[in-house]
Design a protein around this ligand. Structure first.
Ligand code: FMN
Length: 360
């Protein structure tokens, strides 16, 4: 039997198979309130019916200062618990499991959503479109609590787990990366200082949700920039995660959209973060989830069989075909039809993510 369909544990949670829907910003929430629209419920229901072992929600903002883009789902107020509960109930009724990915955009917030972003440090870079302000220590402490309260809400809303977003240049990644964290106080400097924010967020989250509730992280193990986080430092951070109280790590990398590589049209282009997972394995005994460009059954099975990762995480293939896991299980498909052209982002309001390929 294929390892893809053997159950495995993530903390206390048993997933029925090894295929995870990686967090995917659905843009299916009301832009003013951040409350989920009926389309989001339908999206998660369809994914649950399609057979993935765990759905990870699109990133949800823990505080209004961290709203990354319009139509992002909110989890910063207790008023959002009941509407989110309707969605988790629907997933459970369809036989699925769902984790909440919680996030703060820091400097990486669309000007339409946050006109002056706050960040670990204020600096100028070609890739940054608006002026940012360095956070005060009071603001850092306020945001640590915002993550903890968001995790409490996720648990109360029936999510089966919480995933911290520590990748793709968002706030946790910004603190860890020497490219964006130029602070000279105890929140910056060496790796111990730059990981303090993650340590304190994890500790505060644990205090809210308890020791038995699954809490894991999506981690940008390297930035891919000359002055950024290197894989060697990323591995050191991974080595700290079990002690921090995390239950697993999803390996990603790169800032902004550079993690979403195009043109995955042959097997040797698949699994583009696989070398990072191999490196991570030597530094932790936590479950490893690998994301990034997996498309073929053979590649996914090989990664599991060689023990490079415990779970395979897919984003674009499940926008294209939400029932891809069931098709793999039934043997009717061996490869995703996704051509990785990145036409799935929602470009205008009111549409949400959708596969629009082939366009080129
Ligand atoms: C439309 C879209 C939205 C995404 N939203 C998120 C997100 O909310 N959180 C996150 O961690 N990654 C997000 N990603 C990145 C994916 O989770 C994944 O890491 C990346 O697409 C590589 O996996 P894939 O090759 O299977 O698509 C998004 C990617 C796409 C294409």
């Amino acid at each position: 039997m294929s390892l893809l369909f053997i159950p495995a544990k993530l903390g206390t949670l048993t997933l029925p198979n090894r295929i995870i829907r990686s967090a995917t910003a659905e843009r299916m929430a009301d832009d003013i309130t951040g409350l989920p629209l009926p389309t989001l419920k339908a999206c998660w229901q369809t994914l649950a019916e399609g057979g993935c072992g765990l759905i990870i929600s699109g990133h949800m903002y823990v505080h209004p200062s961290g709203k990354c883009h319009p139509e992002m789902t909110a989890i910063f107020s207790d008023d959002q618990i009941v509407p989110l509960r309707e969605l988790t109930d629907a997933v459970h009724q369809a036989g699925g499991l769902v984790a909440a990915q919680i996030n703060h955009g820091g400097l990486q917030c669309d000007p339409l959503s946050v006109p002056q972003p706050i960040a670990p440090s204020a600096f100028l870079a070609d890739s940054i479109s608006q002026p940012m302000r360095a956070m005060t220590v009071d603001e850092i402490e306020m945001l640590i609590d915002a993550y903890a309260q968001a995790a409490r809400r996720a648990k109360a809303a029936g999510f089966d787990a919480v995933q911290l977003h520590g990748a793709h240049g968002y706030l946790i990644n910004q603190f860890i990366s020497p490219y964006s964290n130029l602070r000279k106080d105890e929140w910056g400097g060496d790796l111990h200082g730059r990981t303090r924010f993650l340590r304190e967020v994890t500790h505060a989250v644990r205090k809210q949700v308890g020791q038995d509730y699954p809490v894991f992280i999506k981690f940008g193990m390297q930035d891919g920039l000359p002055d950024g986080l290197t894989a060697a430092e990323g591995a050191e951070v991974i080595a700290m995660m079990a002690t921090m109280g995390l239950d697993g790590v999803e390996i990603s990398g790169g800032l902004r959209a550079s993690n979403t590589k195009r043109g995955i049209n042959q097997t040797d282009r698949e699994a583009y973060f696989r070398p990072l997972a191999q490196f991570a394995r030597a530094h932790t005994s936590l479950p490893i989830i690998l994301v990034g460009g997996m498309r073929s059954r053979s590649v996914m099975e090989e990664i599991l069989e060689t023990n490079e990762a415990d779970f395979i995480s897919l984003c674009r293939p499940l926008i294209n075909q939400p029932d891809f896991p069931n098709a793999l299980k039934a043997g009717t498909l061996d490869k995703s039809a996704c051509i990785s052209a990145n036409h799935c982002w929602a470009e205008e309001p009111g549409v949400g993510i959708a596969c629009k390929c082939p366009l080129e």
